[in-house]
Design a protein around this ligand. Sequence first.
Ligand code: FES
Length: 323
Amino acid sequence: MSDVTTEEHAGQPGGTEPLPLASFDDPHLQPLARHPKRAEAVTGIFLLIGLLGFAAYGATYWVGGQPQVEGIALGVGLFAFGFGLSAWGKYLLPQGPFVEKRHALRSTDGERAAMAAAVVERGGMVVKRRSFLGGVLGLGGAVMGVVLAFPLLRSLGPVPAKTFEVTNWKKGSRLVDNLGRPVHAADLEVGGALTVFPEGYTSEQDMAVDQTILIRVAGPDTNVVTEASRATWGPDGYLAFSKVCTHAGCPVGLYQHQTQQLLCPCHQSLFDVGQGRPATNVFGPAPRPLPQLPLYVDEEGYLRSQAGYDQPIGPGFWERTTT
Ligand code: FES
């Protein structure tokens, strides 16, 4: 380590000698610091490795599914980039401690000229020759900043778009069970319940959104009216409601025929069904009734939907997405 000091300049009022620049031949310097080109090469290589590590981490994270590779790439990136920065500070920047005696604030004209000459003289080495390192450092920092945002962006999951606002139920959809078997009006006893889906949609995502609970609250030839505007929605004693709880999206799977209530097992929300009660939420945190699917029985006796749901299914959040 070299001590670099300034001396008061006798003869110049209030002036000091310009700050002497450290010599690369200073025997106190570390070996690498005495060879700036070598130090630059080492620094540049490590910064580049760091940059590539960050890029590899970002690419692996974006594809997903390989946490070990992500960890290795990020570790290599951070280590190499950190090492590069340390090497830059240790071998390429002036080493202290520096001591400067108090002097007049304004430099003399001679000092200013000397400083300008020093910048011109050393600038080529200090600034120009290190522009490559500066570029790698800036690019590496930018890549690191971008890839560090990946976990946040990826953790948000896929954009839901209209997925939760629109189901696959539409006019004429035939009700099928989880094995794809059509549901006939004679299939359920009074008090029975069955999870149904629109025929033809079997993917996991479709089934998660479309899942509907079909319950039979009365016998044949009974039109169950949950409210005046839904006079034809419950043919032959059947009612159908979205199974996705309006609280947090759990499947509402339990039907108690004695009380004519649907129960969500997650947080015990209760929904009253039956005459005059369109799955009204009567207990628990669910903020609104379960959307009802309008049904009809076709000529062959199979249950079909008159139309899709007339409102978004699922948690109350979606209520705020529609007017
Ligand atoms: S998810 Fe149904 S009550 Fe909470």
